[in-house]
Design a protein around this ligand. Structure first.
Ligand SMILES: *Cc1c(COP(=O)(O)O)cnc(C)c1O
Length: 428
């Protein structure tokens, strides 16, 4: 960390960072450029990136095909309004998305970010039921430990404790929650796991528009992997009680878990799905809310006969062309085999952490590796240690986790996991 960096000083005093405080003097590093899996810092050092910039930079940084797709698009137009106008990047991306998502998912609503995609999914569910003459169905049921974004609607379905609902209690809509499943990814699911969901649906289905959950992997709310059987049961319960199922694939989508979408582990289809994060390969902010013909048509034939949402930068052509390039790149590789490679490397590299006194659990699924500690880390203390080791790892709470770009070599993966072991073994 450079001590005398006036840019950093300005930043500290004037710019908010994610979940940050102004003037708190948290460690902060200035990145000058990034290439492949490496971040180049202003002080000349370089870091191997273990985070893919929060699930998004799956092809690494500064990728020639993504760069040239964007350069080509910028020469045509960077943006044009989407009301009454359309363009090839949006059409191409929608086609690709419809191709790779579950069969019944046939329409696409583009928006700016994951949180907005979740807001849109909630509005779709409400408008669908309105169109069906069931306008009492306006509330949502979600899982504890879930994370769906930071805007108010999305926040209302995040874990009430880690999402600090108490702070916003008079503004936030109260939703229904059930305990997150405890059945592990490789295990089957017990009656006790599913009973809470069943009970809540039985009691409240007349006012519930949809169940919303992250399939298989609960991300920012705890990095928990759960059994596909739970998802199958949730699907049947939603059908039984006349409630929609929204799957938030914003973190899990585009191969990260070893399937293109995590819901494929359960062989089920959602009614509405949200994608974001890796959609543009980490180049630009873009998300999409996708749904079935049935739901789209019900909304379109209902009152007011329109879906009530329309962002200024909807389907931004630059972002869409990044999305097209990123998906074409992913599909042109043997990505499944590659994720298996990363998975086995993470298993091998992180297994050493199981022996650490401070580790509670080590788990890996696809290109996601997690070391859960017994106590929360002190971020201000531990993060500089990772940087000194030449890796970018950003833990939260008790979780030290890796989700590397898919292009990371075996050697870099080994270096990364060894650095994690090394730092954690020096922690109290
Ligand atoms: C990150 C995330 C969001 C929010 O996306 P933003 O682009 O940060 O608004 C929503 N749901 C899940 C599962 C996420 O991981």
């Amino acid at each position: 960390m450079s001590i005398n960096d006036p840019l950093l000083d300005f930043d500290r005093q004037h710019i908010w960072h994610p979940y940050s405080a102004i003037g708190a003097n948290q460690p902060l590093w200035r990145v000058k450029s990034a290439e492949g899996v490496r971040l180049h810092l202003a002080d000349g050092s370089e870091l191997i990136d273990g985070m893919s910039s929060w699930w998004s930079a799956i092809h690494g940084y500064n990728h020639p095909s993504l760069n040239s797709a964007l350069q080509e698009q910028i020469g045509k137009m960077s943006h044009v309004m989407f009301g009454g106008l359309t363009h090839e990047p949006a059409i191409k991306l929608a086609k690709l998305l419809i191709d790779i998502t579950p069969l019944d998912i046939q329409t696409v609503f583009f928006s700016d970010s994951g949180s907005v995609a979740v807001e849109v999914s909630m509005k779709m569910a409400i408008q669908y039921w309105h169109g069906k003459g069931k306008s009492r169905k306006q509330r949502f049921l979600s899982l504890k430990n879930g994370y769906h974004g930071d805007t108010f609607g999305a926040m209302s379905v995040c874990d009430p404790v880690t999402g600090m609902h108490s702070l916003f209690s008079d503004t936030l809509t109260e939703q229904f929650f059930v305990d997150a499943p405890t059945c592990k990814f490789n295990a089957s699911c017990n009656e006790e796991d599913i009973t809470p969901l069943k009970d809540q649906l039985k009691k409240h289905h007349e006012t519930i528009a949809a169940v919303i959950m992250e399939p298989i992997v609960q991300g920012a709310g705890g990095m928990r992997f759960y059994s596909p059987e739970y998802l199958q049961q949730a699907r049947s319960l939603c059908d039984e009680y006349g409630v929609l199922l929204i799957l938030d694939e914003i973190a899990t989508g585009f191969g990260r878990t070893g399937k293109m979408f995590a819901c494929e582990y359960a062989n089920i289809e959602p009614d509405i799905m949200c994608v974001g994060k890796a959609l543009t390969g980490g180049y630009l902010t873009l998300a999409a809310t996708m749904t079935t013909k049935e739901i789209s048509e019900t909304i379109s034939h209902g009152n007011p006969g329109l879906f009530m949402h329309g962002p200024t930068f909807m389907a931004n052509p630059l972002a869409c062309s990044a999305g097209v390039a990123s998906l074409e790149l992913l599909l042109s590789t043997d990505w499944k085999h590659n994720i298996k490679r990363i998975e086995s490397r993470l298993v091998k590299g992180l297994s050493a952490c199981e022996a650490l006194d401070n580790a509670a659990d080590v788990r890996v699924l696809g290109a996601i590796g997690v070391v859960e500690l017994k106590e929360p880390v002190n971020l201000a203390d531990i993060q500089p240690k990772f940087v000194e080791q030449g890796v970018w790892v950003r833990p939260f709470g008790k979780l030290v986790y890796l989700m590397p770009p898919f292009i990371m070599s075996d050697d870099d993966l080994d270096y990364l996991t060894q650095a994690v072991y090394k730092i954690l073994s020096t922690q109290p």
